[in-house]
Design a protein around this ligand. Structure first.
Ligand SMILES: [Zn+2]
Length: 225
């Protein structure tokens, strides 16, 4: 499986395209950006993959900069006669159903409307093509955050829980919780992680376990200082 960052501009989250080396396997997107630069995102995706070959959109959490672009991506994929399913935490599905996305206003956007077909829970295993993804419920940055761990590559998609080089997600937004953030990072620290693919900024292809440990040190230093 190859990983490409096809994220957009400005406030967009990173958007990852996970493409199997085999031609006939479906690809996965992780997160969808705000939707403000959907044309640019779709152009970058099309350089790598046929839209009709994208079978799933995995969402890390409910913030608008990660999910605002979902409807336009679904529309573009379905126009190419593809079928795509959205995978996200059940709380995110509920928030989208009820239009309860407070972060949309922060970005001058509107709560996006779409269906979450697969509602995820902690430790759920997703078999997609030849890959196995493990879902880890990792609240703290938001109450509905999940991380996706790819067993074959030992890669981790952690949304905004932690960032590269020991960075930490905010816990002062709606649904955020510092104690939960710490517990969630401890959960990730138990995994054998190689690559870290966060929701913003650069990703790291190696030494993931050490970067997670550094995030924990930095969190402790926040308390001291
Ligand atoms: Zn966020």
């Amino acid at each position: 499986m190859k990983i490409f960052q096809v994220g957009g501009r400005g406030y967009d989250s990173n958007i990852y395209l996970l493409k199997d080396a085999k031609e006939n396997e479906l690809s996965v997107l992780v997160d969808a950006g705000t939707g403000f630069d959907s044309r640019g995102v779709l152009d970058r995706i099309k350089q790598i993959e046929n839209l009709r070959n994208i079978g799933a959109i995995f969402l890390t959490h409910e913030h608008f900069d990660h999910i605002g672009g979902v409807p336009k991506l679904i529309q573009a994929i379905e126009e190419e006669k593809g079928k795509v399913k959205v995978f996200a935490h059940g709380g995110l599905a509920q928030a989208v159903r009820t239009g309860n996305i407070p972060s949309a206003r922060m970005f001058n956007g509107e709560a996006p409307q779409f269906e979450v077909e697969i509602e995820l829970v902690d430790q759920q295993v997703i078999k997609f093509g030849r890959e196995i993804f493990k879902v880890i419920y990792t609240p703290g940055h938001s109450g509905r955050s999940v991380s996706f761990y790819v067993e074959s590559n030992r890669d981790l998609f952690c949304g905004d829980l932690i960032f590269s080089n020991g960075g930490l997600g905010r816990w002062d937004l709606y649904g955020g919780d510092r104690g939960a953030l710490q517990k969630s990072i401890h959960k990730l620290a138990e995994l054998d992680v190689k690559g870290i693919y966060p929701g913003h900024g650069p990703y790291l292809e190696a030494n993931g376990k050490e970067w997670i440990a550094l995030s924990l040190v930095n969190l402790r230093d926040c308390d001291l200082g």
